[in-house]
Design a protein around this ligand. Structure first.
Ligand code: NAP
Length: 297
């Protein structure tokens, strides 16, 4: 398939590389150029504008947040047209960024009005999983469109879950999943501060947890990062973690679902950002528990 790929950050770079490996013709666009050059070295074509990445059957977006997706989808003077203005009728926009439910609805409407197709396909898995084509894809949109792009999901992930023919449902699932991960990071941070201050080795503690009742990957992945204090370079930056918690709260507002733990997480992330942690991995939330417990370092 002829594919455009917009957004070559920690996640997008690996996803675009795997689409190339699967034999697709991939044209890449990124706001800053060096990331484009790295993909060109792997066989991608370079696009200098968003429009130039929208000439194929499909265009993926894997961008930081709502503002970035809005900018690229709806265009701006410096972009020479956005995706909605550039994509051919019948072509598909696959949105894999973690964005709001409201923006997914807006994109679905705008693409439908332009005679184009829209699919939400956010992913679970960190950059290592993106590079290894081991993502979990949560997809929603019209069944016939999902069938058409299924081989692309197979190229980037290990499993695809189809949740609804309404694209925004996939964003709701992704956001609620990230809320769960944030809750695990916060509780692991508090528990590790407790045992550590009481004189127990964090690694041994983590080993006990993951060998008994807490065998899920989320505990081992984030527990290891916290025990090692390995917060740089960020696999998922704390500023993006806060973004997701805000989007979860926004979705809760819209559906009148109170999310008291998410409200707490918002404040904990704000504290991390206020103390300079914006670019650290979001597992650095644990440092706030250490600080509150008077643990140095
Ligand atoms: P990242 O490394 O920060 O990359 C962000 C990308 O967005 C870069 O290509 C960046 O361009 C681009 N961008 C940001 N603002 C822009 C703007 N105003 N206009 C145009 N482009 C803009 O982020 P990431 O970790 O790859 O995450 C990407 C998305 O996937 C996010 O929605 C995130 O929540 C989600 N996600 C991340 C993970 C993870 O573990 N990292 C896992 C699942 C989902 P530049 O290169 O020019 O800065």
């Amino acid at each position: 398939m002829r594919i455009g790929f917009i957004g070559l950050g920690n996640m997008g770079a690996g996803m675009a590389a795997n689409l190339l490996k699967a034999g697709h013709e991939v044209t890449v666009y990124n706001r800053s150029r060096p990331k484009v050059d790295a993909l060109v070295a792997l066989g991608a074509a370079a696009a200098d504008t968003v429009a130039a990445a929208c000439t194929g059957d499909v265009v993926f977006t894997m961008l930081a947040d709502d503002a970035a997706v809005q900018h690229v989808a709806f265009g701006d003077v410096d972009l020479a047209g956005g995706i909605v203005d550039s994509l051919a009728p019948g072509a598909v926009h696959i949105s894999s960024s973690t964005i709001s439910v409201a923006l997914a609805k807006q994109l679905a409407r705008a693409h439908a009005d332009a005679g184009q197709l829209f699919v939400s396909a956010p992913v679970f898995g960190r950059p290592e999983a993106a590079a290894a084509a081991k993502l979990f894809v949560v997809a929603a949109g019209a069944g016939s469109t999902l069938e058409r792009v299924a081989p692309l999901f197979d190229a980037i992930g290990q499993q695809t879950f189809t949740v609804s023919d309404h694209p925004e449902a996939a964003n709701l699932v992704k956001l609620s999943g990230n809320f769960m991960i944030g809750s695990v990071i916060e509780s692991l941070g508090e528990a590790m501060a407790l045992v550590h201050k009481g004189g127990v080795d964090k690694h041994q503690y983590l080993d006990i947890l993951t060998s008994t009742l807490f065998g899920a990957p989320v505990y081992s992945t984030y527990g290891r990062l916290i025990a090692n204090g390995a917060f740089e370079p960020a696999g998922f930056a704390a500023r993006l973690g806060l973004k997701d918690i805000r989007l979860v709260l926004e979705a809760g507002d819209g559906l009148e679902v109170p999310l008291p733990v998410a409200s707490l997480l918002r404040d904990r992330f704000l504290a991390l950002l206020a103390s300079g942690g914006s670019e650290l991995d979001w597992s650095a939330l644990a440092t706030i528990s250490d600080r509150d417990a008077g643990i140095q370092g």
